[in-house]
Design a protein around this ligand. Structure first.
Ligand code: 5GP
Length: 139
C-alpha cells in the first residue's frame, strides 16, 4: 500500500492539525495520544513518510527509537508509573489504525487494565497538563 499523505499524523507533522507536543527534533516528533489507553500515553513518530516498520529506513528507525527511549524516560518520571509499555503495530490485522509508523509509550500500573485502543477522547486540558509535565521531565 502506498503511503497516504492524508493520514492524521502526516497532517500533524505538516501543522495542519493540532497536537499536544512534548518533543521535536530534526527527524522525530512526540505528542499525546488523544485517546489514551492510560494516563500519560504518548506517541513518537518519525518525520519521514513511512507507513509501518518495514517502510522506514534503518537511520530513521534508529532516530525514532532513540526518541522513544528519551520520551519513555520522561513519561515514567512524569507519571511515576512503575512500568512502561512500548507498542508498535504494523497493518490493520495487527490493529494499526493510523498508517504513519509510530511507537506507543504507555505507562502501566499493576492492577490497572489498559483502556480500549483508540476509543474515548481525553479532555484537552488533561492532555495539555500531562504534556507540560512530560516536557518538564525531559529538561
Ligand atoms: P495505531 O492503532 O495505529 O497503533 O494507533 C493510533 C493511535 O493514534 C491510537 O492510539 C489513537 O488513539 C491515536 N490517534 C488517532 N487519531 C489521533 C489524532 O488525531 N491525534 C492524536 N494525537 N492521536 C490520535
Amino acid at each position: 500500500m502506498a503511503y497516504d499523505t492524508g493520514n492524521v499524523f502526516a497532517k500533524i507533522l505538516r501543522g495542519e492539525m493540532p497536537c499536544h507536543k512534548v518533543f521535536e527534533d530534526e527527524s522525530t516528533l512526540a505528542f499525546m495520544d488523544i485517546m489514551p489507553q492510560a494516563e500519560g500515553h504518548t506517541l513518537v513518530v518519525p518525520k519521514a513518510k513511512a507507513e509501518d516498520l518495514f517502510d522506514l529506513t534503518p537511520d530513521a528507525l534508529a532516530a525514532t527509537i532513540a526518541t522513544t527511549q528519551k520520551i519513555a524516560r520522561a513519561v515514567k518520571k512524569a507519571t511515576e508509573a512503575p512500568g512502561i509499555m512500548i507498542a508498535q503495530l504494523n497493518g490493520a490485522d495487527a490493529g494499526q489504525t493510523v498508517f504513519h509508523i509510530h511507537f506507543h509509550i504507555i505507562p502501566r500500573w499493576s492492577g490497572i487494565d489498559l483502556r480500549l485502543h483508540a476509543r474515548g477522547m481525553e479532555a484537552p486540558e488533561k492532555l495539555a497538563a500531562m504534556a507540560e509535565k512530560i516536557r518538564a521531565a525531559i529538561a
